[in-house]
Design a protein around this ligand. Sequence first.
Ligand SMILES: Nc1nc2c(ncn2[C@@H]2O[C@H](COP(=O)(O)OP(=O)(O)OP(=O)(O)O)[C@@H](O)[C@H]2O)c(=O)[nH]1
Length: 233
Amino acid sequence: MAEPRSLTSSALPPPRTRIFKIIVIGDSGVGKTCLTYRFCAGKFPEKTEATIGVDFRERLVEIDGEKIKIQLWDTAGQERFRKSMVQHYYRNVHAVVFVYDVTNAASFRSLPTWIEECKQHALGSEVPRILVGNKCDLQDCIQVDTDLAQQFADSQAMPLFETSAKNPNSHGDGNYHNSDHVEAILMTVAHKLKSQKPLVLSQLPEESRGTVTLSKDRKDGQDEDRSWSCSSC
Ligand SMILES: Nc1nc2c(ncn2[C@@H]2O[C@H](COP(=O)(O)OP(=O)(O)OP(=O)(O)O)[C@@H](O)[C@H]2O)c(=O)[nH]1
């Protein structure tokens, strides 16, 4: 007769990995692909092409001992490439990153349109949102003043971060000193999301891949103070 199997910890399924879906939105050319690549691959891409529809990158991080998968959805800035985007791209979004190019005033002026588009897909101020001014390494070409950007961010109840996907570590080289690191910015978002209690989107263990489970919605965490900032910058 077969021995009864004892239930040891090794027989238990591995814990589920939480997934945070973060969409990155802004005009074409502001650096969305470079920012997501910088976070997920740790470097600046040598060459990028205009995103068609949606690109998708992810990275596993550990926060307070919990492994969390951060999915960055890099959307096309060009209208003609956005047409192919499906409606469900906006579903189950945990946070939104709005990006403008600090050397391109038009990309800053477009922000209200992007914010409105998100609102139309039920992504308003109840969802964690941040504003990122990219290309801070191009100090001689700045067109968007930090004060103006900060005023706008305040009016939208969003924290503002200025950074460079190209050279996020230039604090020491004398070029510019007030920029935030891409890594720190996105980890700040992840910490914020983790501090929201309910599980939102869980991934089943390895053997059951292919199925995504939706559990409780995020309403409990929505009233938290939204004036959060990057602690490690
Ligand atoms: N100097 C500098 N150039 C950057 C930076 N980030 C991106 N770029 C350049 O800006 C151009 C556009 O970058 P992308 O990341 O492709 O822009 P995007 O927002 O994804 O554009 P779409 O896919 O068309 O929506 C590329 O030539 C990048 O090399 C940065 O931080 N500094």
